[in-house]
Design a protein around this ligand. Structure first.
Ligand SMILES: Cc1ncc(COP(=O)(O)O)c(C=O)c1O
Length: 504
């Protein structure tokens, strides 16, 4: 096959850019379909009369941005999951016009290149010997037998629960089970009435945005930040303001006195760096929100997974002025496929939140909520947490031991908690994006901050020295083999300082 590309050697735009833009548009317009092979760089460079290197660089950029997959000795293929493809409006198509012929509102006019979605899985979709993609539970940890029993019980007693609309805020027993869990573990004292069941944290963040974000709103976010939050705020038209994170979490002293803003934080285990927001900064942040009539969105995504000591109480537990929207999820402790999360709303926002939740989806599916409520109330959730903490801690220690064995005294950023860690590589190793590529060739998935689900906003010092390593999905054996292969691949000369070229 060949691609119909036109390039101009006299244009101000580089040849590489021209090719990148044209192929990207074909992918977004779905002229090139997911999984479709692209012609080799040799064929395209001959066809266009340009150097093969230029063509390779264009393909590599397409791969770096998630549009194509380059498979060694096989070829280049359109990625199976392309960022932004569902939201793309082809150039030259008429803009949306409302039924009455009026112009579309500005929100609809957000361009596809202003929209991105967070990376949800290892974009390469390759089978790896060891994949350190962050935040994935051990696939064998899901309590399948117990779940099957609970689902069967719920079905037997479902009555009209599957045929009628239920409370859009969620199954009452689950909301009660959540507040009973949050009280001792996170210090949050609220009633079940203040809890809303949503589709994972992402559903909670969306609800918060619908309540608080309009075009041009200010959103202060951690730098680096979780992609799922940063990209979402942008999709609502918010203006992002990254705020530096250090060893004590987000630097609250840098927050300006902007009124009616939002501030998104991951205080108990900052994503991705893993640091904990110190108590004095928590109090300072709450005072800032009160002073500026702003809201804080606390994303407590993995706080059930700690290995040492009691967790510091949630920010929400300190919230005396109803300024914190607390978002929790079962994606990490149980599994992301459940799509169950929850929000504890400040009383001041609750009525509006109920309307928005109803307008959004009339509620989440009843069956998994009912089963999860039983799972928590019969004590199985606490037992499950004890089991996974034990096994995840062993995997974390195996990873630390393997890093120590192969790379010596390297630095781990953040606390002994959660499902991933951030490794500051020894100085003699090449930059993180080069290591990521070398590792991938050796069948090992390790991730830079940006490819592992974070945005570093291009301002983080030394960001190319860090790799994100999730340690909860691979077994201890896979972890040891993975790190040993990584070390061998880096030793074997591929680490000469330049990115390896995928051969086509
Ligand atoms: C910071 C952060 N928040 C939330 C989530 C979970 O999202 P969800 O509950 O929508 O699956 C993740 C998952 O990786 C995360 O890293």
């Amino acid at each position: 096959m060949s691609l119909r590309l036109k390039v101009s050697k006299v244009s101000n735009e580089s040849l590489q850019n021209q090719i990148f833009e044209q192929v990207r548009t074909m992918i977004l317009e779905e002229t090139l379909k997911a999984g479709e092979p692209l012609p080799s760089t040799r064929m395209m460079s001959e066809q266009l009369g340009i150097s093969r290197n230029t063509m390779t660089l264009a393909y590599e950029r397409l791969e770096a941005e998630g549009y194509v997959d380059m498979r060694k000795s096989v070829g280049t293929f359109v990625a199976l999951q392309v960022p932004g493809v569902a939201t793309f409006t082809p150039a030259g198509e008429p803009p949306n016009v409302d039924d009455d012929g009026s112009a579309p509102c500005e929100r609809i006019a957000l361009r596809s290149d202003e929209l991105k979605s967070q990376a949800l899985v290892n974009a390469s979709l390759r089978r790896l010997t060891a994949d350190f993609w962050p935040g994935r539970p051990d696939p064998n940890s899901f309590p399948l037998k117990m779940w099957a029993r609970l689902i069967a019980n719920c079905l037997r007693s479902a009555g009209a629960a599957l045929t009628e609309y239920r409370d859009p805020l969620g199954v009452r027993e689950l909301r009660q089970a959540i507040v009973d869990h949050l009280r001792p573990t996170r210090g949050i004292m609220v009633d079940a009435e203040q809890v809303i069941i949503v589709g994972g944290s992402q559903g909670g963040l969306n609800l918060a945005c619908r309540l608080l974000v309009t075009l041009g709103s200010s959103a202060f976010v951690e730098s680096p930040c979780y992609q799922g939050a940063a990209y979402l705020f942008e999709s609502f038209g918010a203006k992002l303001h990254p705020v530096h994170v250090d060893d004590n979490g987000i630097d609250v002293s840098k927050l300006p006195a902007t009124q009616n803003a939002i501030c998104y934080v991951t205080p108990s285990h900052q994503f991705p760096l893993g640091v904990t927001l110190s108590l004095d900064r928590r109090l300072e942040l709450l005072a800032w929100a009160t002073r500026t009539n702003s809201y804080i969105i606390e994303d407590d995504y993995d706080s059930d997974i700690r290995y040492r000591g009691a967790p510091i109480a949630a920010l929400k537990a300190l919230d005396r002025c109803e300024r914190v929207i607390y978002v929790g999820t079962f994606s990490k402790s149980m599994g992301a496929g459940l799509r169950i999360g929850y929000v504890v709303m400040p009383a001041t926002l609750f009525d509006a939140a109920r309307h928005i939740k109803t307008l959004t989806n009339n509620g989440q599916p009843w069956l998994p909520q009912a089963a999860l409520a039983d799972f928590i109330t019969n004590g199985s959730y606490d037992r499950h947490l004890r089991r996974i903490r034990h096994s995840y801690q062993a995997r974390r220690e195996t990873l630390l031991a393997a890093l120590q064995k192969h790379f010596g005294g390297s630095t781990i950023v953040g606390d002994n908690a959660g499902m991933h860690l951030v490794w500051r590589m020894p100085d003699q190793l090449p930059p993180a994006n080069v290591v990521e590529k070398i590792a991938l060739k050796a069948g090992v998935g390790v991730y830079t901050l940006n490819s592992g689900g974070a945005v570093d906003f291009g301002v983080m010092r030394d960001s190319d020295r860090y790799l994100v390593l999730g340690f909860t999905a691979p077994s201890e054996r896979e972890i040891s083999i993975g790190i040993s292969r990584l070390a061998a691949a880096l030793r074997s000369g591929q680490s000469a300082g330049k990115a390896p070229r995928a051969s086509l």
